[in-house]
Design a binder for this molecule. Sequence first.
Ligand code: DGL
Length: 262
Amino acid sequence: MENLIKNKIGFCDSGVGGLTVYSKFRNILDTEDCIFFGDLKNSPYGNKTKEQLIGYSRKVFDFFKSKSVKAVVMACNTTSAQTYPVIKNDYGFKIYPIIQSCAKIIAGLNVERLGIFATASTINSGVYEKEIHKYNPEMIIYPQSCPEWVNIVESNTQNDPDKIEIIKKDLDKMMKNNPQKIILGCTHYPYLTDILSKFAPKEMFIDPAEFFVDYIKEDLKKSGLLNPQTTKGSEEFYVSANPDEFKIASKMFYQVDKVEVV
Ligand code: DGL
């Protein structure tokens, strides 16, 4: 066990979205050594087939295995929905998928009408509803895909007037359902909170990373996997392409100074 607890924790997503989870994790637990992987070569994930996504996940998880990680945080709703159920037993380390890890907490929110914004792949999988209804079958859920949002975030163009118009149009469609809260069910979407909040109350939007990072910390503790070191943990950032775009787009959530392409 002593050996394993000092190993690194991996974080993965198609791109900068995973940093919305990673930054919150570092805020509550900065003594872990971490590796972040952004699969920019294959981004966006949200319009890919399940088979393609499984292939991407296997490559990323093989990379983490080569780094002897003790756990991997799937900071990506799309792979949590599509590939986690397929690969979950194939690696000898813990995997934390964002949807399945947060579903119980979301189901326990005092909300009758819940909107979910996510990628087309996540929405089509129906995994959000399935996981939430396991704990709260009464909750009325309005799933809606926002196919253009990930590219808007990755290209850092969210403040362009035409992009604001796209975001507003998607939000208007959701608001017709009169939801009490809306889950930002893609880790890229918290980059758009300021824009969304121009058109609806900020408190309406829930970033599941808020609960996700507490869940991971508690589980690492329970599993005897918390690194006992008291100094700040190391960080490594990798992407499969476009390191400069990654650095620029990441700024709102995390200052990444050094990125390696693998
Ligand atoms: N950020 C990821 C998610 O949470 C993937 C988005 C994408 O690449 O389409 O679903």
